[in-house]
Design a binder for this molecule. Structure first.
Ligand code: MCN
Length: 800
């Protein structure tokens, strides 16, 4: 059941904003007309393939490229020496810096050492794709194998293999937030404390389309054109120009259709940059498309936290403080946004929805012999929400309160917003009890608890897992981004261009890749201008067409990009108003504007439609004195603050008492992302993200063996959930508008990923609470559950 109606056609909507208008981007996907990077070809196209390290940690002693070079059809073979000879440094730029962060060079091709399995060591360019792959295989690299370490906790203990000379004990940065003294004092006074060691496991981003690049260079115009599967063409242009010392104004980056990103397509990667570099060297188009296995071994992994967390409580269930230490796994190098995830992307959100006196969190960012970590849907916020919601689950048990009641008791009251948390974040608006009430109602909480008790008496394990979350998204504002280490501004641009015919093209610096911006931005602008939905087209994802932009990630597009296009639409109306007033020979104040029509107050027959005004603006025969011709407006929108969506998800599971087999009974999600532009798209986002969150909670997890070999290197070994393994999602929402956003919106793209994992783990621990199972690390596979039950039984019986 869903509370939102089915999609409707735009002309059926009374008002476009807020209506479930059919996604216009679906047709090309469904008809096969969509064009992904790998669909693009050129007559003289060359193909690139990489020789990647088999070892997690090794010294590169020699690279013999002779066999590859001798193969007919091989055009070039490259190693780090060739890159150096070209005078290019080619190092991935870390754009999130922390004080004293160690940033050893992350080169396009490994120099004297490899630090994770899958790191590119050499590259081959050939006339055919399979030939390039064969030739890459024929490159003989002699390694001196070194010991590897793949856990951030182990990497920073004495005697661990050392990755970088610049980073003794593999520590990239030590970081903290909160007040240690106040926190310790709260713990000293606490009636109860609970604590927990947990792992938030590494995840593999599994976009339908792997990373892909097609790079071209025109020697006559000295211009490079890069088609790539990207979430942020302008940022990628900046990164690659920095890496390759190439003039930014001569590089065009285009995102064709992009088959999903989930954060994995917003960083710069060595292989992408090397492909562009090769095209510049050869002055011929070069394409590289990752295979699935290659993508798993080289695209930034998500998460990777090892955490010790404690909570202090009073006797009557007040949360006093939390104390957390996290070892954050950076992998072999600091990726573009790597340093952000375990620090600013995570710890400020640890208090969740709860008012507490104090918090303190320390983070050690560690190098390990694993793929560098990067933002992955949620990027720090799922990790934070997991910690606090697991602690709350334990705390309820400790103080013998119902977990829903404990949450309710500690929620920040709705009349205290905007609310400054102990981490200094200013939550914009919130009404946390509403989604809790609705979720409990939808799930039938009271009845469920009664049924749980009955089933327990029969030896059956029913579990109810509550996850109550608040997240921060909608990145910027730029000033704060700068204060917390970001080497970028996080504004967004929006251009609204009327054509002389009255049709409208909207350009936005975000770069949708599945989120439905073509539809939602058109809803925003068409409504504001009072023109037909079909008269408005949206362009994103091309640095030559869209003046500037920061891209799509951090659930920022509708809050920042949407606000930018709205602002430009408003500016266009204001300019049109001047022209209309001039033509109707009245003062601008005497004009009303409704449904696209400017009419004279008190004389509604004297009117002119904005699309006719557009024609006049371009004819420019009779404009107000001093007014420029044309009707096109641009805005750089820099938000006032982050936005803080929230919600409650509840999952009901049953665990088979004999086998540990877990079955989902119900999944209820009540989310609040403020005003919704398109409720059906919001619902789709919630569905997709819950699927990914349940993937983490129940199925997925990167496994490295002791030698640093990626054991889950293919889809045969890495368990991306399938539709039939997921429960039916029952969704609903509450609406608490964002007070500082002109649309009242908050982001929604990551909410489900943030809420779902702990809902599952809490449910399983709730089910097995009679056995004394308090925690199971994710993924809670049937086997993990069975082992936890056995461990509990063994402990209980005093055996072993
Ligand atoms: N929306 C709305 N009303 C709101 C909030 C959002 O109508 N109050 C709509 C927006 O207009 C937009 C969509 O919902 O069409 C998502 O908006 P937003 O929350 O702003 O998120 P972004 O568009 O910035 O998308 C980024 C977010 C992230 S961070 C990841 S990761 C993610 C995700 O979106 N990756 C995705 N959703 C994805 N969906 C698909 N299909 N593929 C991915 O790779």
């Amino acid at each position: 059941m869903s509370s939102t109606p089915e999609f409707i056609e735009a002309h059926e909507a009374q008002r476009l904003r807020g209506s479930p208008v059919r996604r216009r981007e679906d047709r090309p996907m469904l008809t096969g007309d969509a064009q992904y990077t790998d669909d693009i070809s050129r007559e003289d196209l060359l193909h690139l393939a990489f020789t990647r390290s088999h070892h997690a940690h090794a010294r590169v002693e020699a690279i013999d490229t002779s066999a590859a070079e001798a193969m007919e059809g091989v055009v070039a073979v490259y190693t780090a020496a060739d890159v150096a000879a070209s005078g290019v440094e080619g190092e991935v730029p870390p754009v999130w810096l922390l004080p004293e962060l160690k940033t050893p060079p992350y080169p396009m091709l490994a120099r004297e050492r490899v630090r994770f399995q899958g790191q590119p060591v050499a590259a081959v360019v050939a006339e055919r794709r399979y030939l390039a792959a064969d030739a890459a295989d024929a490159i003989d690299v002699t390694y001196e194998k070194l010991d590897a370490v793949t856990s951030p906790g182990a990497a920073t203990t004495e005697g661990a293999p050392q990755l970088h000379e610049e980073a003794p004990n593999n520590v990239a940065a030590e970081w903290e937030i909160g007040d240690k003294e106040d926190t310790d004092a709260a713990f000293d006074r606490a009636d109860h404390t609970v604590e927990l060691d947990l792992v938030n496991q590494r995840l593999l981003p599994t976009a339908m389309e792997p990373r892909a690049v097609l790079a071209e260079y025109n020697a006559s115009t000295e211009k490079a054109t890069v088609h790539m599967s990207t979430q942020c063409p302008h940022l990628h242009r900046r990164f690659f120009c920095e890496m390759l010392d190439f003039p930014e104004h001569r590089m065009r980056v285009v995102a064709p259709d992009v088959g999903g990103g989930f954060g994995s397509k917003d960083s710069a990667h060595p292989d992408e940059a090397l492909t562009i570099w090769a095209a510049l060297q050869l002055e011929q188009p070069v394409k590289w498309v990752a295979t699935r296995t290659e993508g798993y071994a080289s695209t930034g992994h998500g998460r990777g936290h090892e955490t010790h967390a404690e909570m202090a409580l009073s006797d009557d269930g007040d949360i006093l403080a939390i104390r957390v230490h996290t070892d954050g796994d950076l992998g072999g190098y600091v990726s573009t946004f790597g340093a952000l995830n375990p620090t600013w992307g995570y710890a400020p959100m640890l208090p969740g929805q709860y008012a507490m006196e104090a918090m303190h969190c320390t983070v050690t960012e560690a190098f390990t012999n694993a793929v560098p970590t990067e933002p992955y849907r949620g990027a720090g916020r799922p990790e934070a929400s997991y910690v606090i919601e697991r602690l709350v689950h334990l705390a309820a048990k400790e103080v013998e309160m119902d977990p829903a009641d404990l949450r309710r008791r500690n929620y920040i009251p709705s009349d205290e917003f905007p609310y400054e948390t102990t981490t200094g974040y200013l939550y914009d608006s919130g009404d946390y009890e509403k989604p809790l009430d609705r979720a409990l109602e939808l799930v039938g909480y009271d009845d469920l608890r009664a049924r749980q008790a009955e089933l327990r008496a029969e030896g059956r394990y029913l579990g109810i897992g509550i996850s109550s979350y608040v997240e921060s998204c909608g990145y910027g504002p730029s000033e704060i981004v700068g204060q917390i280490g970001g080497q970028l501004g996080l504004w967004e641009t929006g251009v609204v261009r009327f054509h002389p015919s009255g049709k409208v093209t909207v350009f936005c610096g975000t770069s949708g890749h599945g989120q439905g911006h073509q539809t939602t931005y058109a809803q925003i602008v068409a409504d504001e201008l009072g023109v037909d939905f079909d008269d408005v087209d949206v362009v994103e994802g091309d640095t030559d067409e869209v003046p500037m932009g920061m891209g799509t990630y951090g659930s920022r597009s509708v809050t920042v990009g949407g606000a930018a296009v709205l602002t430009s639409a408003r500016k266009a109306v204001e300019k049109a108003r001047q022209i209309a007033a001039h033509q109707l020979e009245v003062a601008t104040e005497d004009l009303e504007f409704e449904s696209g029509e400017f009419s004279v107050t008190g004389a509604p027959d004297r009117a002119i439609h904005i699309q006719e005004v557009a024609r006049q603006a371009y004819l420019a025969h009779d404009l107000p004195e001093g007014l420029e011709p044309g009707l096109e407006e641009e805005s750089f929108y820099d938000p006032e603050n982050l936005v803080y969506p929230f919600g409650v998800h509840v999952v009901v599971v049953e665990v088979d008492a004999d086998t540990g087999e877990l079955s989902f009974e119900k999944y209820v999600a009540v989310d609040d992302c403020g005003e919704q532009i398109n409720p059906k798209i919001v619902e789709g986002q919630v569905h997709g993200a819950i699927a990914q969150g349940l993937g983490q909670g129940r199925f997925e997890g990167v496994v490295y063996d002791e030698g640093g070999n990626l054991v889950t290197g293919s889809m045969q070994d890495y368990a991306v959930p399938k539709a039939h393994q997921l429960p039916h999602f029952e969704t609903d929402h509450t609406v608490t508008p964002c007070p500082h956003n002109p649309l009242g919106v908050k982001g929604v793209g990551e909410a489900g990923t943030i809420a779902a994992p702990q809902a599952v783990v809490n449910a399983v621990c709730d089910a097995l609470s009679p056995l004394g199972v308090d925690h199971i690390d994710m993924p809670v596979t049937d086997e993990a559950v069975w082992q936890a039950m056995n461990r509990a039984a063994a402990t209980d019986g005093g055996a072993e």
